[in-house]
Design a protein around this ligand. Structure first.
Ligand SMILES: Cc1cc2nc3c(=O)[nH]c(=O)nc-3n(C[C@H](O)[C@H](O)[C@H](O)COP(=O)(O)O)c2cc1C
Length: 211
């Protein structure tokens, strides 16, 4: 019950919050927003059949991990979990507070692990929970630490009502040279039964799946 009330409050506050992430990005990032053709999986965004695939995600309580595994089952490639050097508190109120503070200050938590051969990956499925209307800051760290020029990013998130929020625009600002496709949003409680939604999304963005 407490979580439900908190989720509701988060969604309402999300509408009014002026996020540090956006303020900071507006100040530092230049570059094009992806074309509508690319966002809807137009021909420009089609990967070569032999493209190397990375499914990378951050998950606090496991929902996004479930969706990442479902996507990985369908598209193959390398599966990688973003983890922070300092883990987030298990207490829900504490993590909500910390996440808000990190967003407002543009904090970039240090990451514990490194993805192998990132430079050779052409298609990156990027997953995260919606936190305060956008991606959690560890995902922003990951995006800032890698060069996404020329790569295709297919974002997916789990949420409790805000769907993708501002996250897709925020990804594009952090990765101006990437083509960012239309994202997939799954309710947290539906994460374990997302196969159908995942298949439909992959078809919609015209991404190859394993036979
Ligand atoms: C710090 C924090 C902030 C959140 N902010 C939002 C939000 O703004 N909008 C929303 O719909 N859900 C919000 N949620 C709910 C999560 O997005 C949702 O529970 C998600 O499925 C959790 O994914 P995970 O299990 O992979 O961590 C928030 C959860 C946390 C912990």
């Amino acid at each position: 019950m407490k979580r439900l009330v908190l989720s509701f409050l988060l969604i309402i506050m999300d509408l009014f919050l002026s996020p540090g992430l956006q303020a900071q990005q507006n100040a530092t990032v230049q570059g094009p927003i992806s074309s509508s053709a690319a966002r809807t999986g137009g021909s420009k965004a089609k990967p070569a059949p032999e493209s190397r695939v990375l499914v990378v995600y951050f998950s606090y309580s496991g929902n996004t991990r479930e969706v990442a595994r479902t996507i990985h089952n369908q598209v193959g490639g390398q599966l990688f979990e973003i983890q922070t050097v300092n883990p987030y508190p298990r207490d829900y109120d504490a993590v909500v507070k910390q996440a808000k503070q990190e967003l407002e200050t543009g904090y970039r938590p240090r990451l514990k692990n490194q993805v192998a051969d990132f430079a050779t990956c052409q298609v990156v499925y990027l997953g995260y929970p919606n936190w305060w209307g956008t991606m959690p800051m560890p995902v922003a760290t990951f995006l800032s630490e890698h060069d996404f020029s020329g790569k295709i990013i297919a974002p997916f998130c789990t949420h409790e009502g805000s769907r993708l929020g501002r996250s897709v625009a925020d990804i594009q600002k952090l990765c101006p040279g990437a083509t960012v496709l239309e994202g997939l949003a799954i309710r947290g409680r539906d994460a374990k039964k997302a196969q159908g939604d995942v298949s439909a999304w992959l078809r919609g963005i015209q991404m190859p799946v394993r036979k």
